[in-house]
Design a protein around this ligand. Structure first.
Ligand SMILES: C[S@@+](CC[C@H](N)C(=O)[O-])C[C@H]1O[C@@H](n2cnc3c(N)ncnc32)[C@H](O)[C@@H]1O
Length: 222
């Protein structure tokens, strides 16, 4: 079986859990792995939701035998595919472990780099809070978290109706608050279906901006 067929079969069988219409494009994979170019010395890396391994391939380009890579995948079909593809040690590769299940239970960390393809927009607000909190908690103080989100969710929420609209709006508010607090940079990748945004985040929240000074009605009066 090839990886594309496996991905589509699982995306149809588990659309909410898979949360994408196809494997990550090479441009998305490269952007997700980009923080690894700043790696100094041996690194511990966690990939969350590697699916069929498109991002894993890009990660491996930056890692060597001194590094370790945990691949944590909830879907057992993808996990056995990953074991087949990456489970046998190869010269030049880091130590790779395939963890089958929820990263919140299986990968306590901390890690120097966490790279997540887990789709948030299909989840309930509480799940999104614990997912994003769990990801950022697993990064070391000077580590980096890369998070994939798909563009077009604002439009999707405007087109949605009833409780689905309410859910999606809440989820988008949580994600944008999280990105504001922890985000340090963002990359937009148009060569992806749908176009993607990769957010790079740090564990420590950014210091809050100083509160705006109240506007003085009579500025000449001190
Ligand atoms: C968008 S797909 C990954 C696409 C992948 N980058 C590829 O190219 O094949 C998201 C993946 O996250 C996995 N996932 C969702 N929630 C997870 C969790 N809590 N822990 C680990 N994996 C999870 C899903 O099973 C799915 O395979």
């Amino acid at each position: 079986m090839n990886s594309l067929f496996l991905f589509w079969r699982e995306a149809i069988a588990n659309p909410l859990m898979t949360g994408a219409v196809g494997p990550s494009s090479p441009s998305v994979a490269k952007s997700m792995a980009a923080p690894l170019t700043r790696k100094k010395g041996p690194a511990k890396v966690l990939e969350v939701g590697p699916g069929t391994g498109a991002v894993t391939e890009a990660i491996l380009e930056h890692l060597g035998p001194e590094d370790s890579l945990d691949l944590c995948e909830l879907n057992p079909k993808f996990a056995s595919w990953l074991r087949m593809k990456f489970g046998t040690p190869r010269s030049g590769w880091p130590t790779i472990r395939v963890l089958e299940g929820d990263f919140l239970q299986l990968a306590p960390g901390p890690y120097d780099f966490v790279i997540s393809s887990v789709p948030c927009s299909n989840l309930q607000p509480d799940q999104v809070r614990s997912l994003l909190g769990g990801l950022v908690e697993r990064v070391t103080a000077d580590g980096t978290l890369s998070c994939l989100h798909y563009r077009g969710q604002g439009l999707r929420s405007r087109l949605a109706v009833g409780p689905e609209r309410h859910r999606l709006r809440q989820v988008l508010t949580i994600i944008s608050g999280f990105n504001r607090r922890h985000g340090v940079a963002k990359d937009t990748v148009w060569l992806s279906i749908p176009p993607a945004e990769i957010h790079y985040l740090r564990r420590e929240p950014r210091p809050a901006a100083p509160a705006a000074r109240p506007r003085q009605l009579f500025p000449w009066r001190r």
